[in-house]
Design a protein around this ligand. Structure first.
Ligand SMILES: [Zn+2]
Length: 73
């Protein structure tokens, strides 16, 4: 996933994007192999909950293969 499609960087006031993570999850990054992903829930600059790899800065959709959201709030 493109991080820009998930996180809104276009803050009109130019404030730095402040991400709040909710800990690491069991899933690991497909690119980094054994780096665990961080759970990012929906917040000010985040359009929907997703999983984020701090190692390669990749975002991953938190959905099951059938399209159902894996994260419900
Ligand atoms: Zn990664």
């Amino acid at each position: 996933m493109n991080p820009k499609s998930v996180v809104d960087h276009l803050d009109p006031e130019g404030a730095p994007v402040d991400l709040t993570t909710f800990g690491t999850v069991r899933e690991t990054c497909p690119k980094c192999q054994n780096h665990h992903l961080n759970l990012i829930l929906r917040q000010t600059n985040v359009r929907f909950a997703h999983l984020f790899c701090t190692e390669c800065a990749s975002c991953f959709d938190a959905r099951y293969p059938d399209g159902a959201p894996a994260l419900t709030i």
